[in-house]
Ligand binder design. Structure first.
Ligand code: C2E
Ligand code: MG
Ligand code: MG
Length: 716
């Protein structure tokens, strides 16, 4: 008889889940608890076969519950399903770290609950049987030790057979990457013969790239003598099909507890990832049109704003509202209304470039993010086309009905610094279009002429700024959390524009990216920063590392390694003291080309950081393909690290994984001593932020450096 334990603070959930659980098989016992603590006490005497637990509970959250549960004797392998309210990656990460087996999203689909629970119970039974077989064999081995050679060999063989039947890929390697053992699943996946591989290099098993990574991670296990936190990785089988695995690396010990090898075991989670991707898609798309919904739309906009901050992209937000859609609904009924919306969505979709985002925000409201624009003319032309497309009849022939639309447009950065502002201002503009009888677009506030005039003026001024030496670099200290000392500075660009004071990068870099001036400007930044650093080194100030921000446009020209080499030799700067800050978007742009450039840079000895990490794709699986030395956690996560458990969980996950891949972690935007202490406790290596110093002129920075090198002490 199987025993299922349910933990949930809401009694209605307990009743529903208990009912569902009882219906899995005829012979099932279910016990439910509202209080996780109570559940743990009971479980100590009554080992369950499956646990279903809520994540958010007042007394103890799901992750802590699971962690406690896993520490109890014999509970390491019992499957635990966690219920989360929505597709929350951070909860999931925390739960996974604590040892969760699987997830269900609430509201729980009854059929899914039953199928999942049934599969997990089956798997557990299977595991128990295997474990028993293995322990019988082991006992047999012990008994016969020393007196029956043949029997021992036979038993060892059987043990190997058992390992072969496990539904995982398992292999073991020595310090030099020499293969000690390969199970049947691993051999089949790699398309090799497991016996002939013993003693060869793991390259032959995993291929060059994955092999090198595996050896590097194995070295860490040799060093620390403990298992690494499990991680996800993409592996390609012998037919070239890529699958996702959940991989664990643990030490193999000899009788004296010395590490003699590392066992790598990988569980195929491709289908679970697919389900997750499907659920994720549902949460981020509109059910009727399958377009991105409001949640995803905001996410995309936030990403564009981060890119724009370093001069990558100017973009426009078009907010589109159909005129008089209510009449369509009233005349034709709701289901025809739905079909009408679908037809409009389809027409819009066809009118878009792949790189732009079209979303349905609700009812008859759509929105478009138009990127890569070269001026408001582009934006106006596009809005005009949207109006045409909407009034056409394509795709909806059941009634001779057409509609027009009102469009409000906001441009970033002029019309809004964040997604809230952008939406609000586009909305205001949209209402103005409506007020002028619809079937038109309106830009937020500014009239288009002044806008064009202003950007023409900016262009001419920018062009002359380099020659007139109007650019200056400010330096913001970076502090080591282990020594408390300043170990570097980030060079941040300022423009002393005549008559306007110091402008920050957000005010002119987006335009410089549009008109290409970003390339000479950044070249100036690189040279000026290296010169300054060299001057400081010469004065005997301890060797500082200088961070320089790079723009995606520079990488498109494929000339960065050459430029860096040139500047290094011109200035005599030590390459190891230069750190190039790249965004995730640079790395994702053209992966092959960028990888080649980064390799050259890394060979020069220059450091490479990923800036604003966490705001973009945030996938460590791509980061590890490049020679990255450092991740800079974006300030948006640091801001709430002491109050928001999600942000803390993200930061924690980034630090753990970065360290397991031998990368350092720098936290940006540290403003309070509490944030610093938290980051130090989490094992973060370095910090940067207003708490240690705002970006300041070279002179001020030098003064700080000579007077007060130990910045972290201020809080101690
Ligand atoms: P970033 O590289 O992420 O630089 C950090 C930004 O955060 C800086 O803004 C800095 O002043 C600000 N910051 C630092 N500590 C704190 C803090 O504790 N609290 C808050 N609220 N903010 C903090 P800044 O100087 O305005 O630069 C903005 C962005 O412009 C930079 O973001 C970078 O992406 C870009 N940028 C700056 N200089 C250059 C450059 O020379 N070339 C290129 N391509 N981009 C640059
Ligand atoms: Mg930066
Ligand atoms: Mg940053």
């Amino acid at each position: 008889m199987a025993l299922i334990v349910i933990v949930d603070d809401r009694s209605t959930n307990r009743t529903v889940f208990s009912k569902l659980a009882t219906s899995i098989e005829p012979d099932i016992k279910v016990k439910s608890f509202g209080d996780p603590q109570e559940a743990l006490l009971w479980i100590a005497k009554n080992p369950p076969d499956l646990v279903v637990t809520d994540y958010k509970m007042p007394k103890m959250d799901g992750a802590i519950f699971i962690r406690n549960f896993r520490q109890m004797q014999g509970m390491q392998e019992v499957p635990v399903v966690v219920i989360t309210v929505h597709e929350d990656r951070t909860f999931r990460l925390r739960a996974l770290e604590a040892g969760a087996t699987d997830f269900l999203t609430s509201p729980v689909d009854h059929h899914e609950f039953i199928t999942r629970a049934r599969n997990l119970l089956k798997l557990h039974k299977h595991q128990l049987a295997l474990a028993e077989r293995a322990s019988n064999l082991e006992r047999a081995l012990e008994i016969s030790e020393g007196n029956d050679e043949l029997y021992v060999r036979d038993s060892r063989q059987r043990l190997a057979q058992v390992i072969d039947t496990l539904p995982m890929m398992i292999s073991a390697a020595g310090l030099e990457g020499d293969i000690l053992f390969v199970n049947a699943n691993q051999a089949a996946f790699s398309g090799v013969d497991s016996r002939s591989l013993i003693g060869k290099h793991v390259h032959e098993l995993f291929g060059e790239e994955s092999g090198a990574r595996s050896v590097a991670l194995d070295r860490m296990v040799f060093e620390i003598g403990k298992p690494l936190p499990s991680f996800e990785e993409d592996l390609t089988d012998r037919n070239g099909t890529s699958r996702v695995f959940f991989t664990t690396k643990s030490p193999l010990l000899d009788v004296c507890n010395r590490v003699v090898g590392v066992v790598t075991s990988s569980l195929d989670i491709t289908s679970r990832k697919l389900t997750e991707a499907h659920l994720h898609h549902l949460a981020h798309h509109d059910a009727l049109t399958d377009l991105p919904n409001r949640v995803l739309f905001r996410e995309r906009m936030r990403r564009l704003i981060t890119l724009a901050r370093r001069g990558d992209q100017v973009f426009a937000l078009h907010l589109i509202d159909l005129d008089g859609f209510k009449t369509v609904n009233d005349l034709l009924g709701h289901s025809a209304g739905d079909r009408f919306i679908k037809a409009v969505a389809e027409r819009l979709r066809k009118a878009m470039r792949d790189t732009d985002t079209l979303a349905r925000l609700g009812g008859d409201e759509f929105a478009i993010l138009q990127g890569n624009i070269s001026g408001s003319e582009d934006v106006a032309a596009f809005a005009g086309r949207i109006l045409e497309v909407i009034t056409s009849t394509e795709g909806f022939s059941e009634a001779a009905i057409t509609t027009t639309a009102s469009i409000g447009i906001a441009l970033h950065p002029e019309d809004g610094a964040d997604s809230e502002d952008m939406l609000k201002n586009a909305d205001l503009a949209m209402y103005r279009a409506k007020a002028e009888n619809g079937n038109r677009f309106c830009f937020f506030k500014a009239d288009m002429n002044t806008r064009a005039r202003l950007s023409a003026l900016l262009d001419t001024d920018l062009k002359e700024a380099i020659a007139n030496e109007e650019f200056v670099l400010h330096y913001q200290p970076q502090v080591s959390l282990t020594t408390g000392r300043i170990i570097g500075a980030e060079a941040l660009l300022r423009w002393d524009r005549p008559g306007q004071g110091l402008l920050s990068p957000g005010q002119f870099l987006p335009r410089a990216e549009e008109n290409g001036l970003i390339v000479p400007i950044n070249e100036w930044v690189l040279r000026a920063a290296c010169k300054q650093a060299r001057a400081w080194h010469k004065q005997g100030l301890h060797p500082l590392r200088i961070g320089v921000n790079m723009s995606p446009v520079q990488f498109r020209n494929r000339t960065v390694p050459l430029l860096v080499a040139k500047v290094l030799s011109e200035t005599g700067m030590d390459p190891r003291s230069l750190d190039l800050e790249l965004t995730e978007s640079i790395v994702m742009d053209d992966q092959e080309a960028v990888a080649a450039d980064l390799k050259q840079l890394s060979n020069l000895g220059v450091g490479i950081s990923i800036d604003d990490f966490g705001t973009g794709y945030s996938s460590l699986s791509y980061v590890k393909r490049f020679p990255v030395d450092r991740l800079k956690i974006d300030q948006s996560f640091v801001r709430n690290i002491t109050s928001n458990a999600n942000d803390l969980a993200i930061v924690r996950a980034i630090i753990t994984l970065a360290h397991s891949l031998k990368m350092e972690v720098v936290a940006e935007g540290v403003e309070t001593p509490e944030q610093m202490v938290k980051l130090r406790d989490e094992g973060c290596d370095e910090v940067q932020g207003f708490f240690f110093g705002k970006p300041m002129s070279a002179d001020d920075f030098q003064a700080v450096l000579t007077e007060e090198p130990d910045l972290a002490r201020r809080s101690a």
